[in-house]
Design a protein. Structure first.
Length: 247
């Protein structure tokens, strides 16, 4: 049963050439990896040292969380609050891992290393493949190309930050969030998902002027349980109405 989860039987015409999987994975890895330059510039402009900037990309390696951290620090936020906001953004990768563990079915010895590459891009590419072999290739190629490029461009961005000058004038601090939103938007397929996203945006933007930097992100995370609770109440009321009509 586990072998069938999320997979199309190759005998049903679901097989995809390895070369096509590699091509698609490299396209994503290169396109997103280049935005590490923007992170390097933004991080250095926020006051982090070259070592701190590179360590974030090497060890954390989740772009949205990294941008959230340095963005909050640049805005004068408390380091603990900034770290908490980045942590909550990164929690989504744990849920990706639950799905990918079934899909990829990697050997136990490999899983701790593969966990470092469980991010938005590798998850999207892996889930898009019709077979387990394709998912493994897509995950590995996307992860490797993106990890190498992201860290290389982070280093280049941090080294070139002084030459670039004011990062706000270039708008480079918006590059990371823009990439994240571009990946997220196609996944919002149901009304509930769109409502969660909309409420989160309203909370984040609405509270930005009145709360310390980093805190609006934490409050925006409450959108998901609030909307799900309201949806549960609505469905419960609908069931009661149906049962009442049957009687």
């Amino acid at each position: 049963m586990a072998d069938q989860i999320g997979l199309v039987d190759e005998r049903d015409g679901g097989e995809k050439p390895d070369s096509a999987v590699v091509r698609d994975a490299l396209g994503v890895g290169v396109a997103v990896g280049l935005s590490g330059f923007a992170f390097g510039v933004t991080s250095a402009g926020s006051g982090l040292t070259l070592l701190q900037t590179c360590a974030l990309s090497l060890l954390v390696f989740t772009g949205a969380s990294q941008f959230a951290l340095v963005g909050a620090l640049a805005a004068g936020g408390n380091p603990l609050t900034a770290a908490a906001g980045a942590f909550f953004l990164g929690v989504r990768n744990a849920f990706y891992g639950l799905r990918l563990s079934q899909l990829l079915a990697l050997p136990r010895a490999v899983r701790p290393f593969a966990a470092q590459w469980v991010i938005d891009e590798t998850t999207v590419v892996a889930l898009a493949q019709p077979t387990r072999r394709g998912a493994r290739i897509g995950f590995a190629v996307t992860g490797l190309s993106l990890y190498v490029l992201w860290n290389l461009t982070t280093l280049l961005g941090a080294l070139g930050a002084e030459a670039i000058g004011d990062t706000d004038a270039w708008g480079l601090d918006a590059a990371g969030p823009a990439v994240f939103l571009a990946l997220l938007a196609p996944m919002l397929k149901t009304t509930v998902e769109r409502t969660v996203a909309g409420v989160a945006v309203l909370l984040g933007l609405g509270l930005l002027p009145v709360l310390p930097a980093g805190v609006p992100v934490l409050v925006a995370a409450l959108a998901a349980p609030a909307v799900l609770w309201a949806e549960g109440r609505r469905r419960g009321a609908d069931r009661d109405d149906v049962q009442g009509g049957d009687r």
